[in-house]
Design a protein around this ligand. Sequence first.
Ligand code: 3EB
Length: 349
Amino acid sequence: MDRPGALKLEYLPAAGRSPEWGRGVLGGALFDRVPRDSPAASGGLGFPVAQVSMPVLGDEREMLELWRIGDEVRAGNHGHVRYTCGADVLFGSLSLHEEEMPAAAAGGRSSLYAATGQAYREIFATLAAVGHPHLLRVWNYIPDINGETHGLERYRQFNSARQEALIAGGRAIAGNVPAASALGAAPGGPLVVYFLASRTAPALIENPRQVSAYHYPAQYGPRSPAFSRAAVLRSGDAATLFISGTASIVGHRTLHSGDPVAQTRETLRNIEALLEEAGRTVLGTRLPLDALAYKVYVRDPRDLPPIRAQLTQAIGARASVLYLQADICRRDLAVEIEAVGSRGLRPAA
Ligand code: 3EB
């Protein structure tokens, strides 16, 4: 049933994989409290797997996010970036340790600022070299995201460096920016960025209920977060909708601070608004909530049961959901949710 070139997303336990688990995989990510020398980490696979230090909530210790594609893929390296690409789509991943940044302290900038700048420069160089110029979806896992140094929260340092790297790379900082997520990983680990890029331009979608993040006012940091609320990629006769990390934000303000259940409901309203907008402008049909695969970031693991109950009620028990424990970029956010859906192809159950 796979259409050549169409992307397929799976979340699955890393333990006990049969040898053919890697067949047709473009790339992926391994989420675990402690990154370890698992098969996915050994580098022996023909595709990149980002190692993210982020606890899995639920019964499994390690979970894999896998992006499959019906195409032939070829693999390569460019600087720290490992990538694979098919005809339409490229998956890439890199991991940078802040303590290895050469000129970190120079100019009064932090090592995270340096690492973020280098990560994005290397990503743009990779895309130019391989010929998949359109960055369409980025996952940013930032150690100690809410920590503060140099008089600025680390998430805000990241935003400054990301925006400046986009400018330096001759790219837009508003409008034509990728869908993204930015979450906290365990302190002391590397900055991990993985991404999807394409040969043809994606369609980008904003949420009518929210101020575009790239237009957030200065109270959220000196440089706005450069991401779109969602992106749609057409590849291999299917369209894939990537919904960015979405939270309980209306306009530009956080709502329901201290109430994880109400934040989950508000977040789902935002996701529904994006499904409506994507259906109206690009997909020609409104994907139902239960046709998506979700990644749910929960700040405090004690909030998992009520958040999960709320989500199950809204999307049903059959939808594919990966729950992770992560710090979120605003301290008053208890939950953030990203999602992926395909027109014509359902995510794997
Ligand atoms: C928000 O809506 C919540 O900085 O790349 C969500 C997704 C958020 C991506 C990013 C931040 C990012 O502002 C935070």
